[in-house]
Design a protein around this ligand. Structure first.
Ligand SMILES: [Zn+2]
Length: 71
């Protein structure tokens, strides 16, 4: 396992549920992090962020072309 910057780990102990965020990546490892309560910590699911793109004339032309192709 590799700790990746920005990842959030949640303690699997239902009474604890501590969360930590990785601020610096680990070297290659092979175990999950362990909470101070002794339980394993698992990476929290974070939904992918939606990115907004500023439509450029090229993108608009591409989308128009795609719509035309689907007709
Ligand atoms: Zn814990």
């Amino acid at each position: 396992m590799l700790l990746v910057k920005g990842d959030v780990y949640v303690c699997q102990n239902p009474r604890c549920r501590a969360e930590v965020r990785v601020e610096r990546e680990s070297i290659d490892g092979f175990t999950s992090p362990i909470c101070c309560c002794g339980a394993e910590m698992k990476r929290a699911y974070e939904p992918p962020a939606v990115r907004r793109v500023t439509p450029t004339p090229e993108i608009i032309a591409l989308l128009k072309q795609k719509l035309e192709d689907e007709k």
